[in-house]
Design a protein around this ligand. Structure first.
Ligand code: C2O
Ligand code: CU
Ligand code: CU
Length: 523
């Protein structure tokens, strides 16, 4: 046992019901061993009360951070109410995170989009009980971009994220610095999350635990008349939607902005809602980056489909806007069926998928700031973006059977991993994600996410006319890809150099918690 194993073990005070074998921490990698971390911080998840709506405060769970070592800019307050602190790190920094769980249930932190050693990735088998603590260490290998962190405990990811546990990680590097992108006040972080509240301003969430049990063998086609529990179950199987959309934990915020260029970092942190984003003044979204950082060139699009867990980096030019004018970020209307349907009633939630909403208002003041003009070429394409014609192809059907969502015909098991889910470190594969409707014609859109590397979206075929497709920007730097009903999406992925047990899953968090997730072993 080396030193870092020892640190990890000391950090785990109790053995959960899963048994000790499943919780054995893997051997730490050799890289950087012994070197003092550049950044050392404690991340704590604890209950809190925040004011979200007029009236009573809302009970939430929230991440907090304390920086022990590293640049003071590493930790800054989250962009709003309940969100965790924003963490700013540089590529190649060595980072130590001590996670403290002050909840009354197990939790573990996942670093979404980051390519990390197994012990730091946040697999549910490493969840620690309330009161517990563990330490992980890793080197930041990712390109500059917008990533995020959120819990990943077994069957409770949806509930914990919904109650507030999420934060943004911003990675910077020399290549991006050279572009002179807007920074400081010129950067806006927008985390989009929908929530449902009761009359006391408390969050209302599904009971995913009930679904797996009550769902079995009941058959389909139940409607509103079947009682609240059944309606709630159907909503959960679809993915839990709120009746209000918050931006940075605030309802329709109004933000004063200067006459300058802005860099807007968008994160869809919702459990299940898909947005079709547009600016109210009709100007295109100038997309400069996606999940995995900068694109080679700016992509100007009239609208942008952002599925749960996806990020987009967008430039907004306000230099020529008149003081007093407003630009709103909105999600455009689309038919709820574009996100698919299960059950005869379709979307039964109070605010269905595709409801048009003004999300946030930017109010232009008379203050002036720098205008940023971008070069034609934003970055040198990394080698992993290159097409590999001889990559082996794996078919991964996304299916729905007996009220269960399946990946490659299987449901999640804590340790089970099959030969087709085992790949060599650094090898390149093509995965064909196929979203065929079941025999009753039912299918939903699934944002499929791989832990670890960013992948390249190669192609998208099949599926009928779909109002969400026109907003989809497929890139070579994605960690989450939306597969619409009837579609087959091919991705090319070069797996991590780190070995161990990782995950791939649907990022509709209720689907993930219900088992639309599988292990992936890197050997
Ligand atoms: Cu953001 Cu395993 O997910
Ligand atoms: Cu992830
Ligand atoms: Cu799904």
């Amino acid at each position: 046992m080396n030193r870092r194993d020892a640190i990890c073990l000391l950090g785990v005070p109790a053995i959960s019901a899963l048994g000790i074998d499943q919780r054995r921490w893997p051997r730490a990698g050799q890289r950087g061993a012994g070197r003092a971390p550049d950044v050392d911080l404690t991340l704590t998840a604890s209950p809190e009360e925040v004011s979200l709506l007029p009236g009573a405060p809302t009970r939430v769970w929230r991440y907090g951070a304390a920086l022990h070592r590293g640049p003071a800019s590493t930790v800054s307050p989250g962009p709003g109410t309940y969100l965790g602190p924003t963490l700013r790190v540089r590529r190649a920094q060595r980072i130590r995170v001590r996670f403290r769980n002050r909840l009354t249930e197990p939790s573990v932190v996942h670093w979404h989009g980051l390519d990390l050693p197994e012990a730091a990735d946040g697999h549910p088998r490493f969840a620690i009980d309330g009161g517990g603590e563990y330490v992980s260490e890793f080197e930041m290998a990712n390109r500059a971009g917008t990533y995020w962190y959120h819990p990943h405990p077994h069957m409770r990811t949806g509930a914990q994220v919904y109650h507030g546990l999420a934060g943004v990680v911003i990675v910077s590097d020399d290549e991006e610095d050279a572009l002179g992108l807007p920074s400081g006040d010129g950067e806006l972080i927008c985390v989009l999350q929908d929530r449902r509240f009761d009359t006391q301003n408390q969050l209302v969430y599904a009971r995913t635990g009930d679904v797996a049990v009550s769902g079995r063998g009941r058959g389909m086609g139940m409607g509103r008349g079947m009682g609240g529990d059944m309606a709630r179950m159907m909503e959960t199987v679809s993915g839990w939607l709120g009746d209000r959309v918050l931006v940075n934990g605030r309802l329709r915020p109004v933000v004063d902005v200067a006459r300058r260029t802005y860099r807007v970092r968008l994160l869809n942190g919702s459990n299940a809602r898909i947005y079709k984003l547009a600016w109210s003044d009709g100007s295109p979204l100038a997309v400069i980056g996606s999940d995995g950082g900068l694109l080679e060139r700016v992509r100007r699009v009239p609208m942008l489909t952002l599925a749960p867990a996806q990020r987009a980096d967008v430039l907004l030019e306000l230099s020529d806007h008149a003081p007093g004018s407003e630009v709103r970020l909105r999600t455009l209307a689309f038919p709820a069926d574009a996100a698919g349907r299960i059950g005869m009633m379709g979307d039964m939630s109070p605010l269905p998928q595709g409801a048009p909403i003004d999300l946030m208002t930017l109010r232009v003041t008379s203050t002036r700031g720098p205008r940023v003009r971008l070069p034609e070429r934003l970055c040198d394409p990394p080698a992993v973006w290159q097409l590999k014609a001889d990559a082996p192809v794996r078919r991964v059907p996304l299916t729905f059977m007996r009220m269960q969502w399946l990946l490659a015909g299987r449901t999640f098991d804590m340790l089970d991993v099959r030969p087709d889910e085992t790949v060599a470190a650094g090898s390149t594969h093509v995965w064909e994600l196929r979203n065929d409707p079941n025999p009753m014609g039912m299918a939903l859109a699934h944002p499929i996410h791989l832990h670890g590397p960013q992948f390249r979206v190669l192609s998208r075929s099949g599926g009928g006319a779909n109002a969400l497709r026109e907003g989809i920007v497929d890139t070579p730097a994605a960690d989450t890809v939306l597969v619409l009903p009837g579609e087959t999406v091919r991705i090319q992925v070069t797996f991590s150099r780190h070995q161990g047990l990782y995950l791939y899953h649907c990022h509709i968090l209720e689907h993930e918690d219900m088992g639309m997730m599988r292990n992936l072993r890197i050997t």
